[in-house]
Write a protein that binds this ligand. Structure first.
Ligand code: PFF
Length: 448
């Protein structure tokens, strides 16, 4: 067995884990899901789930990873030998496979937009024309599949070479850049006419809008944005030295994520209402709204290009983590195998993802359970597989691992008080499993 690498610095780990967390989930998925699920009510439930479910689970995944110091599957085998728990890791690999197959479609949309900004074809259009132009672009099969390929190609190269760690340095510039660009965007958005309607939509919860679907979506969103339930955070924390403060790392990642989610909401909704667009436009929402806001800024297209670049970077750092956990298990740390398997798996993901890429064009009419292929893949991952994985991880941490050993693990590098530890343990042992099962049953109509 090779000597396992460790993250050189604590900040390196935080950046990699935050890089996995912050991505399309906060910037693209949150606005459109909130737009379809009643705005403020959705935000409120999302925040609640993030604090009482997702944060404890993130710490749970960190504890597994640092205890075992192995990949997604071997971590479970090491802690619970001769048992079936390692299937959680396999489930995580399968989930990441499907996830990346449609995530790369949106990654491709960002690349397409970057090209369009650069070639000047987005200058001086009105809101409706931007939406129409975008709709035309993504319905073109060559463009959508081609750009999806480019996104995956970059992901594969980075994972094949094992240079994610090098990317951390870039992260330390990109993340502040993202914040600054968002602030500029928000200032413009909230000073538009009728921006207040958008702020109300986002911040004033209308409880009559809450349905079981809203609750499931909010739970799915909280897992999605923190990359939970798929063993990614187990894999990343397995590289950690023992002196890292796990609760503090988990809290700062959750804090950053919430901030980006709110930034995205503040940038998008005032503009949606000001330009008379529909908040429930679905996955295209962000792409329809962004160019319109930027076109209202001096040097708007330059800012837009910068924003897209940073956004692409955020999407890529999440994509790396999805491919990484699959490749890490299969290549067992052998760099030769890593290269080969990154390509094989990456290409398989590309092929599986083609129908999702085409579901905004030639396959638009094909629906399964009333959903397009893209929406079905997204729903299955976000609202079924991730919550199910999260449920199993919560059970593993709290019923299979030893409570005293967990306390010892978490206490290394942190001075977590006993009371806080017991609260965390209670949340992950009882609250998380019961809540996840209840929400899932609710959607199936069991409570009615
Ligand atoms: N957290 C990422 C985002 O919000 O874009 C998505 C994600 C990455 C989910 C990695 C799961 C995962 F394993």
């Amino acid at each position: 067995m090779n000597q396992r690498e460790h993250f050189a610095t604590k900040i390196g780990f935080i950046l990699a884990a935050a890089g996995s967390a912050i991505g399309l989930g906060a910037i693209w998925k949150f606005p459109y899901t909130a737009g379809q699920n009643g705005g403020g009510a959705f935000l409120l439930i999302f925040l609640l789930f993030t604090i009482i479910l997702a944060l404890p689970l993130l710490l749970g995944e960190f504890s597994i990873g640092r205890t075992a110091q192995q990949d997604a599957v071997r971590s479970f085998k090491k802690i619970a030998p001769n048992s079936g728990w390692y299937w959680i890791g396999i489930l995580g690999m399968v989930t990441c496979f499907i996830l990346l197959s449609f995530y790369s479609v949106i990654g491709g949309w960002i690349i397409t937009y970057l090209v369009k900004v650069a070639d000047g074809s987005l200058l001086h259009l009105g809101a409706a024309e931007y939406a129409e132009a975008f709709g035309k672009t993504i319905s073109n099969p060559y463009i959508s599949v081609g750009s999806q390929f480019v996104f995956l190609f970059i992901t594969i190269i980075v994972v094949a070479k094992g240079i994610q760690k090098g990317i951390e340095k870039t992260s330390s510039i990109m993340m502040p850049a993202l914040a600054i660009l968002f602030i500029i965007l928000i200032i413009r958005a909230v000073t538009l006419d009728n921006a207040i309607a958008g702020m109300k939509f986002l911040f004033v919860p209308d409880f009559s809008k809450i349905t079981s679907k809203t609750i499931l979506n909010a739970m799915g969103q909280s897992f999605f944005t923190l990359s939970l339930g798929v063993s990614v955070m187990i894999t990343y924390s397995s590289y950690l030295p023992k002196n890292v403060n796990l609760p503090k790392s988990a809290s700062s990642i959750v804090g950053m994520n919430i901030l980006v989610v709110i930034f995205a909401g503040l940038a998008i909704f005032p503009a949606v209402f000001s330009f008379g667009m529909q908040p429930d436009a679905g996955p295209v929402l962000l792409f329809n709204v962004l160019p319109t806001i930027f076109s209202q800024l001096p040097f708007g297209m330059i800012f837009f290009a910068a924003f897209l670049l940073v956004f692409l970077f955020a999407a890529l750092t999440s994509a790396f983590s999805m491919l990484e956990i699959i490749v890490a298990v299969i290549s067992k740390g052998d760099s030769h195998k890593r290269r080969k398997w990154s390509w094989i798996i990456g290409m398989a993901i590309f092929i599986v993802g083609i129908p999702s890429a085409l579901s905004y064009g030639v396959l638009a009419d094909i629906t399964i359970f009333g959903k397009s292929i893209f929406d079905l893949a997204d729903f299955t991952v976000s609202n079924v597989l991730m919550p199910f994985g999260a449920l199993l991880i919560a059970l593993f941490v709290s019923w299979k691992m030893k409570k005293t050993a967990l306390y010892e693990e978490i206490k290394q590098g942190s001075n977590m008080r006993k009371g806080v530890f017991h609260t965390w343990f209670f949340l992950i042992r009882y609250v998380a499993p019961i809540l996840i099962v209840a929400v899932m049953l609710d959607v199936l109509g069991v409570w009615k």
